[in-house]
Write a protein that binds this ligand. Structure first.
Ligand code: IMP
Length: 422
């Protein structure tokens, strides 16, 4: 069985936890897009792990974890991650595989990301990790791939070419001194040497695994509404975060995908700029942010919080071909008198049941809310769906109806055990 896990909102839905649980049942785990802009937090026992590039499945013995061709790799971050996992006793051995086709984030990408953002009038609020500039180089065909780090003469020519152009832009547009060839060349050749044992043709590896009836989990980073095509453009990331990106970013053909599982938080959060129809008022937003510990795993930035937006999640169910949903952080809603969810938008007297593409409309819509009663008791210790507080079940039942999708997993706490599987 080959399954895609995808976020249905603006990222940070809690995919890391679902991936961690489902990883136990598969042989291969593949990250298919994004880079070190992502952060997955996994709590096991008294240890907390934060992943940026390596699939969290690495925590499970014997699982092969792939960084797919669709990912942009910052080798400095990857090295830190490998070293930290090793220091915590996780034996990576030959279980990590990096696609030779994955593009490399270079120092100039990170600086360019920050300088461009500073110059923009309408800021995106990027993570500053060089994601956009690296994908831009990939698309305009001057990018440097992991395989290039293994070939000193190809790497030298590509880097020289890039620096010739980029240093001029740095000087003339941004008044920045630019970059010295030698130090980057030396540093990145060294990364190539260090990672050479992991770099391979991951798409062939995965297709051979499929032939041998192995099970694969494909993990998306970010979420559907940060997708470069279907997200709230331009306030999006630069990759295909929706389920379609899984095939492009792994080399697994669409005909070999068996299931797509969507992950949604019981409310909504967003980091960075852009429209957010169901955003809370600032006081309640602050209260919920602290209650849910809504601070970015990568940048530590406070996340904006709001009620669950079913217009968005419903669209995500359709776009991704989701047949099952996991609802995360239900425990954060406990103690609220009433819980609202948005079922439609209103704009200039017109009702919208679909997510509007026009940014001006999206920025001006007023959410149409439905309400259910909250619950006061803790639900963190509920082990079975039938033991959940009746009001929590009533909320989930309403969501199943409106989203036209079965809810098969409910998270009621941060630990692995605090997850109800139906
Ligand atoms: P970039 O991916 O760094 O270019 O940032 C573009 C937008 O995506 C910004 O609004 C970021 O806050 C957002 N973003 C990128 N990665 C994540 C993530 O993992 N979770 C939530 N938001 C993200």
């Amino acid at each position: 069985m080959n399954v895609i896990i995808v976020g249905t909102q603006w990222g940070d839905e809690g995919k890391g936890k679902i991936i961690d649980i489902l990883s136990q049942k598969v042989d291969y785990i593949v990250r298919y897009q994004g880079g070190s802009n992502a952060g997955h937090t996994v709590v096991t026992g008294n240890k907390e792990y934060i992943f940026h590039l390596i699939p969290s499945g690495i925590l499970h013995k014997g699982k092969i974890c792939c960084i797919g061709n669709g990912v942009v790799v910052d080798p400095a971050v990857l090295l830190c991650e490998v070293e930290e996992l090793s220091s915590k006793g996780i034996n990576i051995g030959k279980r990590l595989r990096i696609s030779s086709l994955a593009h490399v984030i270079l120092p100039y990408h990170k600086i360019l990301d920050k300088l461009r953002e500073k110059k923009r009038t309408n800021k995106i609020g990027t993570t500053g990790r060089g994601i956009g500039p690296c994908y831009a180089d990939k698309i305009i065909r001057c990018g440097i791939r992991m395989v290039d780090l293994l070939n000193p003469s190809i790497f030298r020519d590509k880097l020289k070419d890039n620096l010739r152009e980029k240093n001029e832009i740095f000087k003339k547009v941004y008044n920045h001194p630019g970059y010295d060839f030698k130090s980057i060349y030396k540093e990145y050749l060294n990364y190539g040497r260090l990672f050479s044992k992991y770099i391979c043709n991951t798409s062939i590896l995965l297709n051979q695994a499929i032939k041998h009836k192995k099970d694969i989990l494909l993990e998306g980073a970010q979420g559907t509404f940060l997708d470069i095509d279907f997200g709230t453009y331009p306030f999006v990331t630069s990759s295909s975060a929706f389920s379609g990106g899984a095939c492009i970013g792994s080399g697994i053909p669409p005909t070999k995908i068996n299931k797509v599982i969507g992950v949604a938080k019981a409310y909504t959060t967003r980091v960075g700029e852009g429209p957010f129809p169901t955003e809370f008022s600032s006081a309640f937003g602050k209260f919920m942010r602290n209650k849910g510990n809504e601070f970015g795993a990568t940048t530590g930035r406070p996340r904006r919080c709001g009620w669950l937006d079913c217009v968005m999640v419903k669209e995500a169910v359709i776009l991704n071909g989701i047949s099952e949903l996991a609802i995360m952080k239900m425990d954060i809603l406990e103690g609220l008198k009433t819980i609202k969810f948005c079922s439609a938008y209103k704009y200039k007297g017109k009702v919208f049941k679909e997510f509007p593409h026009d940014l001006e409309v999206l920025e001006g819509v007023k959410p149409v809310y439905k309400e259910v009663s909250g619950w006061n008791k803790t639900i963190g210790n509920s082990k079975r769906y039938r033991n959940l507080h009746p009001n929590a079940k009533a909320y989930l039942n309403r969501l199943e109806d409106i989203l036209c999708s079965k809810i098969t997993m409910v998270s009621v706490g941060s630990a692995r055990e605090e997850t109800i599987l139906r």
